[in-house]
Write a protein that binds this ligand. Structure first.
Ligand code: CP
Ligand code: NVA
Length: 298
């Protein structure tokens, strides 16, 4: 599998074989990490990391990940770089292409990442835009495969806002052969470009979780929507992952959350803590999944 030089902007740009390859490589790198095996796959290479939004998992897992592969990270926060404001995105891309070997971007407008990639000579990784969060979903698929032993013929139910997570879950799950049910209030549906024939968009969370093997949720107000948080708490009140909802799902269904979690909003404290082991494994898997991405495309 040769993915060298390919951008990682949305899972829709990757086919099933490529995604399965990245998941298998992530599992292998995870195993080797547990055995303290050191790698030199990206010896001396540099990843530039641009953050226009906050981050815990993405920031640390990418930085630790490139170090574990023998490379270095340079972190650029929004106040330093002012993406698209101090100079054009095209010029920033052309400059960074001369210094670094890969670029990771977390920002608002997905089009900014697309534009960046157009002018960049080195691979660009989408580390979350308002449209999608493909790195998270690669880690989620690794987690599901570890816990349930397979990816095909499973059903994932996503309860909450039809946001960047919902979009990427629709893409990733469909590509690997899973069914997806999204339960969201009217007007908060996922982006149409991500809705495939094996997906259903419902407004009833109880209907969505029926027969589901995986229940997934995310915050009701994403980064950049802070001013809507109070209004969204009312709109999404019936879309909480709580014990009553889980009574309607398969008894052995697993619960995933990309984090950060807002206990008492999209998920109750007790459901979160009951499933905390797997949720934090999911967070750990960001490291392994992104090492697989960087090792493959940089
Ligand atoms: N899940 C996730 O992307 O976490 P951060 O926002 O902390 O990076
Ligand atoms: N939907 C959330 C995901 C955080 C990882 C956000 O964009 O803030």
């Amino acid at each position: 599998m040769n993915l060298k030089g390919k951008d990682f902007l949305t899972l829709l740009d990757y086919n099933k074989d490529e995604i399965l390859y990245l998941i298998d490589l992530a599992a292998k790198l995870k195993q080797e990490n547990k055995e303290n095996k050191t790698h030199h796959i990206l010896n001396g290479k540099t990843l530039a990391m641009i953050f226009a939004k906050p981050s815990l998992r993405t920031r640390v897992s990418f930085e630790v990940g490139i170090q574990q592969l023998g490379g270095y990270a340079v972190v650029l926060k929004q106040d330093e770089i002012n993406l698209g404001q101090r100079e054009t995105i095209a010029d920033t891309a052309r400059v960074l292409s001369r210094y670094a070997d890969g670029i990771m971007i977390r920002t608002f407008a997905h089009q900014d990442v697309v534009d960046f990639a157009k002018y960049s000579d080195i691979p660009v990784i989408n580390a979350l835009t308002d449209l999608c969060h493909p790195c998270q979903v690669l880690a989620d698929l690794l987690t599901i495969k570890e816990k349930l032993g397979k990816l095909e013929n499973l059903k994932l139910a996503y309860v909450g806002d039809g946001n960047n997570m919902a979009n990427s879950l629709l893409a990733g799950c469909s590509i690997v052969g899973m069914d997806v049910s999204i339960a969201c209030p009217k007007g908060y549906e996922p982006n149409e470009a991500f809705i495939t024939p094996n997906a259903e968009i419902l407004d009833d969370p109880f209907e969505a979780v029926k027969w589901a093997n995986i229940i997934y949720t995310d915050v009701w107000a994403s980064m950049g929507q802070e001013s809507e948080a109070a209004e969204r708490r009312k709109i999404f009140a019936d879309y909480q992952v709580n014990s009553k909802l889980l009574e309607n799902a398969s008894k052995d269904a697993i619960v995933l959350h990309c984090l950060p979690a807002h206990r008492g909003e999209e998920i109750t404290e007790s459901v979160f803590e009951t499933h905390a082991d797997i949720i934090f494994e999911q967070a750990e898997n960001r490291l392994h999944a992104q090492k697989a991405i960087m090792a493959s495309i940089m």
